[in-house]
Design a protein around this ligand. Structure first.
Ligand SMILES: Cc1ncc(COP(=O)(O)O)c(C=O)c1O
Length: 371
């Protein structure tokens, strides 16, 4: 099987003290997102002039790191997030992992890090899943969240691309990401802060973008909101994305509008998948500049009937309110007829193997147990 050929490039050194079945069961019962980790991680090391080596699946453990490691000072790193899903027959699948591999490679290029090949990316992830398959939940809506990341480990305070780099993958069983009480989440529209600027690192998945979003995220919480919506830095006019999700609007005529990928927005795999599914339905999908005023006026006039956020962690999350210093606008609830609910069902049916996979997005990692 292709999977075995790939994982064979990562030497497996099993964890000699894995969690007991009971410890695992307790840890997986109601995991807080990203707080529970499985028994293993993947790791490979890169040195300038030598390339990638020491590919291994090992026990999850702290990383011994020199305090001068470049990543700790200059955030030279890139990361990914994707999930493994257990189907009803017990088999385990990934959703479009090649897209995450391509995005990590693009992020690495932007961060002057060595690229991880698609083959190594898949082998590392599939190696961790194979080693920790008991950690993949089988409960509705739950999954195994995989966190591949590339970090500059070279001890050097010089501001220059590192000569020593590690690639790692950890895994965490997860349930729902955001708690949506009632009709959806309240979103704080950040006016003073921006997430990304032209020529910066906005379209890379890299630590600094998230560090910059912490303070506005705190501001959002102080205003009773769960997430931040950022506007473009140049004109402070156009909607870009949330701190960790893309945003999609639904027009009254059923058409879809979402900010185009300008270089300052993360190209979400969920965004792309949803746009594809909505185009499949015959809906008109516009990827273009979308001004905040167009949304606010559209909500008031009824030209825009729905807003939702999308991403791997939270999948599809309806937006119920948009809040800022000078407005607090409710997004009408469309119980039973919302595009968000319908597309969430289509996507998760596909991911959990309950529906056909017309685009060939699912990749099997572990077969169903026999018998
Ligand atoms: C800033 C940002 N935007 C959008 C997304 C959604 O991307 P994806 O659908 O690939 O998870 C994420 C999550 O990865 C993100 O961090």
């Amino acid at each position: 099987m292709e999977t075995q050929a790939l994982t064979a490039s990562f030497t497996v050194i099993p964890n000699r003290h894995p969690a007991s079945a009971e410890e695992r069961w307790i840890a997986m019962e109601n995991p807080v997102f990203g707080k529970v980790f499985t028994d293993h991680m993947a790791r490979a090391t890169w040195r300038d002039g030598e390339g990638w080596a020491d590919r291994r699946i090992v026990a999850l453990s702290p990383l011994p790191m020199h305090p001068g490691a470049a990543v700790l000072h200059y955030a030279q790193q890139a990361f990914e997030g994707l999930k493994a899903y257990r189907h009803e027959d017990g088999s385990i699948w990934l959703f479009r992992p090649e897209a995450n591999a391509a995005r990590l490679a693009a992020s690495c290029r932007r961060m002057a890090l060595p690229e991880v090949s698609e083959q190594d990316f898949l082998a590392a992830i599939e190696g961790v899943i194979a080693a920790d398959q008991n950690w993949v939940p089988g409960t509705p809506g739950a999954s195994l969240y995989l966190r591949p990341f590339v970090i500059a480990t070279e001890p050097s305070l010089l501001v220059q691309p590192a000569h020593e780099v590690d690639f790692l993958v950890t895994a965490s069983p997860v349930g729902a990401y955001l708690s949506t009480e009632g009709d959806g989440v309240a979103i704080w529209v950040s006016r003073g802060y921006h997430r990304a600027n032209p020529g910066g690192t906005g379209e890379a998945k890299t630590a600094g973008n998230y560090a910059a979003s912490m303070l506005p995220q705190r501001e959002a919480k102080e205003h009773g909101c769960q997430q931040v919506l950022f506007l473009d830095a140049k004109e402070d006019t156009y909607v870009e994305e949330l701190g960790g999700m893309n945003v999609i609007a639904v027009r009254a005529d059923g058409g879809i509008v979402t900010p185009r990928l300008t270089g300052t927005i993360l190209p979400g795999v969920t965004r792309d998948s949803i746009l594809t599914l909505l185009r499949d339905e015959g809906r008109e999908v516009e990827e273009r500049d979308l001004a905040l005023t167009e949304i606010l006026e559209g909500l008031e006039s009824g030209a825009i009937v729905e807003l939702f956020a999308c991403g791997t962690a939270a999948v599809v999350t309806p937006i119920a309110r948009l809040v800022s210093d000078d407005f607090d606008v409710a997004v009408p609830s469309r119980e039973g007829e919302s595009v968000a609910d319908a597309v969430l069902a289509r996507l998760t049916d596909l991911q959990y193997g309950r529906a056909e996979d017309p685009h060939g997005w699912m990749r099997k990692v572990v077969d169903a147990p026999e018998g």
